[in-house]
Ligand binder design. Sequence first.
Ligand code: PMP
Length: 295
Amino acid sequence: MTPYVADPVYLNGQFLPLAEAGISPLDRGFLYGDGVYEVIPVYSRRAFRIEEHLKRLQSTLDGIRLTNPLTTDGWKAVVVKLIEGAPWSDQSIYLQVSRGADNKRDHAFPPATVPPTAFAFASPLVTTPADVRTKGVAAITVPDLRWARCDLKVISLLANVLARQQAVEQGCAEALLMRDGYMKEGAASNIFVVRDGVLCAPPKTELMLPGITYDVILELAAQHGQPVRIAEIEETELRAADEVWMTSSTKEILAITTLDGKPVGNGPHAGQPGPLGQQMWQWYQDFKNTVMRKG
Ligand code: PMP
């Protein structure tokens, strides 16, 4: 069987086989979902945008008032060692920090003597098959039932889990989260919309995760002179869009070609990936190849 987690994994300062990595059932990650995480793609054994991922990890830790157990250089060393130990050239590195295990269950923070639990592992990077990418995927819209700090990348993901499961049960790849008449993002992705040649993205607020891929896309749009509008996306705009894409570190740029059972877009491209999405995908590949695979 193909292993999806490479040995060794990292746990609290040690590198050890997954089968030997144990934590207390009193860990607050398990009891309360009290923790944070990051997912970093690795291309040709180089971590993509690691500074930005570690910065977002720090913002999330600050947001939940949890001290970072490692320095930036400490995390980088962990990531490098995990990459070296894994058999794949392209990988996905998962990092998680929880508020540790006290000797009792109490919602309030444990004493400062309780250390956080830090866990990290490497998996193979699962990319979208070319035939899926060139056809696009189906998505549904669902009410956004998450809390009011969606800018924090916390491990309590129950609303995202339920939304995504609803999508899967309807044969769809993603659920778009609607709040107060606006589309915020996907259950595990940011969402971009194209209207009349303008690339539209929701602004970074406390109700959306600031995606690393989202930033790369806006940088590429600026570099190539692509008109952009950063503003909340109304449900009516979403449904009238020429193109809709989902973006994330592992999905990169993936066209949503069917929304709630209806084809996305108008005219000859209706129900198919649109031209700007394909162009952006190419710019993204060129950028990755320049930054990651050369030299
Ligand atoms: N929004 C949510 C809710 C996500 O889970 C993700 C993926 N982790 C993203 C957006 C995209 O973020 P990134 O581009 O950093 O992977």
